[in-house]
Design a binder for this molecule. Structure first.
Ligand SMILES: CC(=O)CC(=O)SCCNC(=O)CCNC(=O)[C@H](O)C(C)(C)COP(=O)(O)OP(=O)(O)OC[C@H]1O[C@@H](n2cnc3c(N)ncnc32)[C@H](O)[C@@H]1OP(=O)(O)O
Ligand SMILES: NC(=O)C1=CN([C@@H]2O[C@H](COP(=O)(O)OP(=O)(O)OC[C@H]3O[C@@H](n4cnc5c(N)ncnc54)[C@H](O)[C@@H]3O)[C@@H](O)[C@H]2O)C=CC1
Length: 282
């Protein structure tokens, strides 16, 4: 795997690009506008600067890594990549459009992976003429810190694609866990309903946002509380995942809480907009 394209320079795409360039892969970071790409690259640079301050990276290593990264809005730049990792908005129609587009331009042997949190790999793959080369490669947030990658095969994913993604996961010091295709896979089927429940507890006035999080940190040993985690993930992403669970299973236990919807409608998305259940400096 020599050249990798990451589509979407948001929370996840920037993190994925960062870990790849740190391991020596050449990366094209693609988004819809230069502004989004610049924001992603700024975040990566900030993380490298923090690592330098902590003595975990040298200035020379930073320059080498950043030299491997190219931002681009042009589709042509994707053509000669060996692998595309799509980390765009969690929406099936958007993903299908992207996959149809990259399928038409990428070389036939290129693998097309999606970082989707919950959607069907098989359905995304059906938008291409190479469903055997399409796979789920689900990183966790923040990507530079979290060790897990869920690897999800679609109905047609072939063995070569599976092993290539497992090998890449290990090469970037992450641990792959293979998961059968199912809404929300493993982690999000557990984690996001828990967050949705915390939103319900807040809406019911059972406890303040601070106390809900304090309770889960001290009482369940979670590193951060569920509402701070929702803000880290993005409330829009949490809602999109709940919608997929609700629609796919048709089970009322996955109903997104109205307060979560209200927060998303009000652009209270969490860290990325500076305000969610808590306030942040952006
Ligand atoms: C929605 C999905 O599809 C799937 C998902 O991703 S679900 C979300 C999964 N993620 C989680 O559950 C995260 C839970 N939270 C945590 O583990 C921790 O709060 C955390 C790792 C995010 C931060 O840890 P912390 O101890 O509270 O803060 P802090 O001391 O600042 O950070 C610890 C380390 O992580 C690094 N870090 C924190 N945030 C980071 C970021 N956004 N990017 C890069 N590095 C980051 C820090 O630099 C620090 O590194 P060092 O050990 O080298 O000093
Ligand atoms: N936020 C999280 O904690 C996690 C999210 N994910 C998944 O990763 C994907 C991305 O999520 P985030 O990074 O949180 O979203 P985000 O909203 O931070 O970033 C998405 C980016 O994709 C871009 N984009 C949208 N359509 C595009 C297109 N056609 N071409 C190129 N770029 C396009 C947007 O402009 C935006 O910059 C989603 O599928 C999400 O479910 C997976 C793991 C964790």
């Amino acid at each position: 795997m020599n050249k990798i394209c990451v589509i979407g320079a948001g929370t996840m795409g920037a993190g994925i690009a960062q870990v790849l360039i740190q391991k020596g892969y050449r990366v094209i970071l693609r988004d819809l506008s230069q502004e989004f790409i610049d924001k992603g690259i700024k975040g990566i640079t900030k993380n490298f600067d923090k690592s330098i301050q902590k003595g975990k990276m040298t200035e020379a290593e930073k320059e080498i890594s950043l030299g491997l990264l190219k931002g681009s809005t042009a589709l042509e730049d994707v053509a000669d990549c060996d692998l595309v990792i799509e980390a765009a908005t969690e929406n099936m129609e958007i993903k299908k459009k992207i996959f149809a587009e990259i399928d038409s331009i990428c070389k036939p042997e290129a693998i097309l992976a999606t970082n989707t949190s919950s959607l069907s790999i098989t359905e995304v793959a059906a938008a291409t003429n190479r469903p055997h080369k399409v796979i789920g490669m689900h990183f966790f947030n923040p990507v530079p810190v979290m060790k897990l990658v869920e690897v999800i095969k679609g109905v047609a994913t072939d063995e070569g694609t599976r092993t290539a993604i497992i090998d890449l996961t290990k090469a970037v010091d992450k641990t792959p866990v293979e998961v059968e295709e199912a809404p929300g896979f493993v982690v999000n089927r557990i984690l996001i309903p828990m967050i949705n429940e915390a939103v319900g507890i807040l809406a019911d006035g059972v406890a303040t946002a601070e106390d809900i999080d304090e309770a889960m940190k001290l009482g369940a040993n979670h590193p951060i509380g569920p509402l701070a985690l929702a803000d880290l993930i993005g409330n829009d992403v949490c809602l999109a995942i709940m919608e997929v669970l609700y629609t796919e299973f048709g089970d009322s236990k996955y109903r997104p809480h109205p307060l979560l919807r209200k927060m998303v409608r009000g652009k209270l998305l969490g860290r990325k907009t500076g305000k969610g259940f808590f306030n942040y400096n952006v």
